[in-house]
Design a binder for this molecule. Structure first.
Ligand code: CS2
Length: 478
């Protein structure tokens, strides 16, 4: 028997059920990109808010694929969330009221957007279509498409801008848009991209209206969420006594820091466990540079020395020691976060990485490296260089990414990355020698020119690239 509104009452204890009447809830949030992270993170927060405010149910919008809709429609949007700890728990989340596939029914999505209080997004770094400078890339194929046909958008930016245009015309105030992706200054970048898009459409008044009226709070999101696997499906079915086609899992730790631009709803978010902050940047930088920077470094170096998961990489003292030194000695000095106990924060990250109940594949983290490196390692390296600090350890993750791309390409293995084709052609020209590094550094959409041309950076990446091949132990002893 399958999980649905009909069977919900049969869910076995101690698995938890929504603490509110689902029938009384109304859509107030439109979410773009309902992957596992959204369902394990923001949907859990809104699930908690629904007990107080029934107007914050979610309409989840998949931009392209029907998979999630097909899995959750027969379940009335219900699914299970498992917390993976020594004492695991399972709960049913009821916050997603419907899943729409934007490409199939755009007008239905616009209808929800016409009424929404919040628009949230987890479309990953690449979904923002930005240049390395952080501005909207007007040459991006999706943006070009949306500039040609703004009423049938395919990009997040196109969707938000057109929805706001329609609201302005109908005299409806703007919704609040919260980016939940791992980019620095995510709200500012999203707002700038939407304004730029409106201008590029020739909609100057709309651009001005958005600048004046629409809130795009920055937000930092955190919870380690490994992809769903069969072991999880089995665990969830045993816990619920019902089948769930697409449950999600995460660690118990969960954090959402949202910039204080939520008006009266700030208390609601806070009561659900979110942190409301005047400035999100210190939290965001600390998380991106420490946790995500260490994650990507573990992924590329770890895969290179034969590990498959984060906890396995952390059980290798060479890697555990290396990322700890990188965090404490190279990343921490780049953070300006007086309210954060950085040393304690690093301790907690290391403990979370070691969680034996979490099977987090390094190959999952390795995805989309061309989009992630900037926020995780390159911005830190650029600041370190400007301040005269060494970048030897920060360069190792970058060089390991290059090695990873070359290795995948030689093995004929897929590279999951929006730049996959470009990366494959760079890799094809590589011969394993130090000269490869220059080929990668020439990728303008990955490496800002100032960094790529910095002799100190180039030299350290070249040294790490050579060392990872000939003597990884020496590199990891840095
Ligand atoms: C990971 C993140 O896949 C990745 O790139 O680094 O998804 C990470 O697990 C989350 O940001 C944790 O909050």
């Amino acid at each position: 028997m399958r999980l649905s509104d009909q069977t919900l009452a049969q869910v076995r204890a101690p698995a938890r059920r929504p603490a509110y009447d689902r029938a009384a809830t109304r859509v107030g949030v439109v979410h773009f990109g309902p992957g596992a992270f959204h369902r394990a993170h923001q949907a859990w927060y809104f699930d908690r808010m629904l007990a107080t405010d029934p107007g914050l149910a979610i309409c989840a919008v998949s931009l392209r694929t029907p998979d999630l809709r097909d899995a959750l429609e027969p379940q009335d949007g219900l699914y299970a969330l498992a917390e993976k700890e020594a004492d695991p728990t399972v709960q049913v989340i009821g916050a997603i009221k419907e899943v729409l596939v934007a490409s199939e029914d755009p007008e239905a999505v616009f209808e929800r957007l016409a009424q929404a209080r919040y628009v949230t997004s987890t479309v990953t770094e690449k979904g923002y279509c930005l240049t390395t400078g952080g501005d909207l890339d007007l040459d991006h194929p999706d943006i070009r498409h949306d500039l040609d046909t703004p009423e049938r958008p395919v990009s997040l930016i196109g969707w938000i801008t057109e929805a706001l245009r329609r609201r302005k015309i109908s005299g409806v105030p703007s919704f609040t848009t919260i980016s939940c992706d791992n980019l620095s200054d995510n709200g500012l970048k999203l707002r700038r991209a939407v304004v730029r898009f409106a201008e590029a459409c020739g909609e100057r008044d709309l651009a001005a209206w958005i600048e004046a009226e629409a809130a795009f709070p920055c937000s930092m999101v955190d919870s380690i969420t490994p992809a769903t696997d069969d072991a999880l499906r089995v665990q969830v079915e045993a816990a619920l006594g019902l089948a769930d086609a697409w449950p999600v899992q995460r660690e118990r730790f969960v954090q959402w820091v949202v910039e204080d631009r939520l008006g009266a709803d700030a208390a609601l978010f806070a009561a659900a466990g979110a942190t409301i902050a005047r400035a999100v940047a210190p939290f965001e930088r600390a998380k991106l540079r420490l946790l995500n920077g260490a994650h990507s470094t573990l992924a590329y170096v770890g895969l290179g020395v034969g590990h498959e998961t984060v906890s396995a990489a952390m059980a290798d003292p060479r890697l555990a020691g290396f990322v700890e030194r990188m965090m404490r000695q190279d990343v921490a000095p780049s953070l300006d976060a007086p309210e954060l106990d950085v040393a304690g924060y690093i301790d907690d990250i290391l403990t979370r990485f070691r969680n034996p109940a979490i099977v987090h594949k390094l190959s999952q983290i390795a995805w989309d490296g061309s989009q992630k490196l900037r926020f995780r390692l390159l911005e830190t390296a650029a600041e370190a260089l400007a301040a005269g600090r060494p970048v030897d350890r920060l360069a190792v993750g970058v060089a390991a990414w290059m090695r990873f791309v070359v290795r995948q390409s030689r093995a004929g293995a897929p590279i999951t990355d929006p730049l996959a084709e470009t990366l494959a052609s760079v890799a094809a020209a590589c011969d394993g020698s130090e000269a490869d590094v220059a080929r990668f550094l020439a990728l303008e959409s990955v490496f800002p020119a100032a960094l790529a041309n910095d002799a100190r950076f180039r030299t350290t990446v070249v040294r790490a690239y050579a060392g990872l091949n000939t003597n990884p132990d020496t590199v990891l002893a840095l």
